[in-house]
Unconditional design. Sequence first.
Lengths: 113, 109
Amino acid sequence: SQTIHQWPATLVQPVGSPLSLECTVEGTSNPNLYWYRQAAGRGLQLLFYSVGIGQISSEVPQNLSASRPQDRQFILSSKKLLLSDSGFYLCAWNLGQATTEAFFGQGTRLTVV
Amino acid sequence: GENVEQHPSTLSVQEGDSAVIKCTYSDSASNYFPWYKQELGKGPQLIIDIRSNVGEKKDQRIAVTLNKTAKHFSLHITETQPEDSAVYFCAASSNKIIFGKGTRLHILP
């Protein structure tokens, strides 16, 4: 069966420090991969999505970046964190042309101090 | 760009009554409309979905309706129970999944 792993679960980082959040999917091939951010409200804001290795689409201008070095690995990074980067980050995957069920990881709670 | 509007942002319903959440979308290419439920501290989970060639779908106490002409879709929960309390998200998808801002549903005893 397919599983998605996201880590770490919680992270406290100082302003200006770098960030690396990792997400891996097991049990499937060539998934679509997504990074969402959920700020203090509730909305799920799409940050990046990828339909294949090295293919990254950015939805929102920001100081974050994403990479997909392997088929089932998706990494969210920042060189210098801002206070406004605090939030709940969720990785997700699905198959096909994005018209199938998406499965979410358990999320990373990032607090920038 | 693509946008999904969701209302209300908060909804309180007496246990046993029905709850309705409504969404509109802007991208006419959207052809898949899932609904997700998120419990505290967890990732969202799919509860029901509907595709553009269908107007209504029901699964026990949950039903979704879709009006493609008006670009509206809705979630209906009947006979609400305490465990229905959560945040619910609608989404519209063509080549990527765009979510609404969520509805916090409170089931009152």
